[in-house]
Design a protein around this ligand. Sequence first.
Ligand code: ATP
Ligand code: MG
Length: 138
Amino acid sequence: MERTLSIIKPDGVGRGLIGEVVKRLEESGFKIIAMKMIHLTQARAEGFYAVHKERPFFNSLTSFMTSGPVVVMALEGENVIEKYRTLMGATNFKDAAEGTIRKAFATDIEKNVVHGSDSPETAAFEIGYFFNSFEIIG
Ligand code: ATP
Ligand code: MG
């Protein structure tokens, strides 16, 4: 069993896509083991995306991620990291496959509706960044 962190980004929450994303997660067989809605501060967004701090899009990305509330979830399932990334689609929605969340809903390379961890190490860091052990129903 593997775990991953999912975020419905401010564009997804603001456009009323929480239910749509959660429906796709459940239909894919992922188990939601933790869930909350939060409004990130600038410092918390910068800490979350610290791996990207040298990237030209870092300031824009962190201000986007603080522009409204987000829904964070921990998901569990077999091979869920890769399966959820497949369900999300490519970072740039223009390259995303049919049937993916980003193909259906993303409007911009930055405003791409969802986040997903990219490795077991990243997933452990990211889940711990938002949830303590009492908040995870696993
Ligand atoms: P995420 O980490 O959010 O799941 P990802 O792993 O597909 O997405 P990353 O390369 O980790 O993509 O980039 C993190 C986020 O930064 C992207 O999801 C997107 O919102 C934003 N981003 C990535 N590349 C660009 C870019 N060239 N211009 C603007 N924003 C970008
Ligand atoms: Mg990433």
